[in-house]
Design a protein around this ligand. Structure first.
Ligand code: APR
Length: 264
């Protein structure tokens, strides 16, 4: 796809990013906590990243749960409530437009456990770190269910075996869902748009550099520099809400114009 633009804009980073990503036939969009930040969902690190001065590593872990299950549940209940009361922002909605109007194929994956992308209209989202609203048996008897916002299931014992219940999220030290990893591998991306990830938590943090090393264009959107900023093709310094609508506009305008021409 050719991106047409005013010569003055030719040199802007966002224009360069659009030019690079437009050539991808299978573009992976990978979102971290920063993708939901503009919707009012706190990130895990950086300013305001702690919860009651506890690190997420000490809450989202088997050890943390075994030591203080109620504190861990309080954190999850609060996060569930925050997400349930949040609305997707313009950047998340732009990703839904991108899926519909681009010429290549777009797979959206995220380490976020919220459902804001789905509510923004993004389809087939790959959740690498699980789902915030799932409650499951802490003794691994196999019972799991979707808990709604009143968190009723989180307050009871496992209905199948009577053990404690735990959040269904993937915790530090636990393997990522095989199906999610397989979907990304099968997609075989030839371009990556990385949004709002600190690139500090493995194994997902390895993916951008792997793609860089395979010669794929990688574009990062983040208001701050990350460990991979120096290696990516373009690092767009701004928030998801600022950058995504503008980038998606550049990536889709030709397709939308073509579609409109065919209709009229
Ligand atoms: N738009 C884009 N990026 C933003 C915004 C924003 N509005 N606000 C903050 N960011 C960036 C920050 O600069 C930071 O680089 O988002 C990133 C958030 O980093 P983290 O809090 O470390 O979140 P993430 O990288 O998603 O963490 C990975 O760690 O605790 C675990 O399981 C949890 O999935 C999470 C994982």
């Amino acid at each position: 796809m050719t991106i047409h633009c005013h010569p003055e804009l030719e040199r802007s980073p966002i224009q360069t990013a659009a030019r690079l990503l437009a050539d991808a036939k299978r573009l992976l969009v990978l979102g971290g906590a920063g993708l939901s930040a503009d919707a009012g969902v706190p990130t895990f690190r950086g300013e305001g990243g702690y919860w009651r001065s506890v690190r997420s590593e000490d809450l989202a872990s088997r050890d943390g749960f075994d030591k203080a299950p109620e504190m861990v549940w309080d954190w999850y209940r609060e996060r569930r409530l925050t997400v349930a009361n949040a609305q997707p922002h313009a950047g998340q909605r732009a990703l839904s437009l991108l899926q519909r109007h681009t010429q290549g194929t777009i797979l959206v994956a995220t380490t976020n456990e919220d459902d804001l992308l789905e509510r923004a209209g993004v389809t087939d989202v790959v959740h690498l770190h699980g789902d915030l609203f799932t409650t499951r048996c802490a003794a691994d008897c196999g019972w799991a269910a979707r808990d709604d916002q009143d968190n009723a299931l989180s307050l009871a014992s496992c209905p199948a075996c009577g053990a404690k219940v735990r959040p269904g999220s993937i915790w530090f030290g636990e393997p990522l869902p095989r199906e999610a990893l397989d979907r990304i591998a099968a997609f075989d991306p030839d371009g990556l748009l990385l949004v709002g990830s600190s690139c500090l938590v493995k194994p997902v943090s390895d993916l951008p550099l792997d793609l860089v090393n395979h010669g794929c264009p990688v574009v990062e959107i983040n208001p701050e520099a990350t460990p991979i900023s120096d290696y990516v093709a373009v690092s767009l310094r701004g928030t998801a809400k600022q950058m995504l609508p503008a980038l998606v506009d550049l990536l889709t305008s030709c397709t939308v114009r073509d579609q409109a021409r065919r209709i009229t």
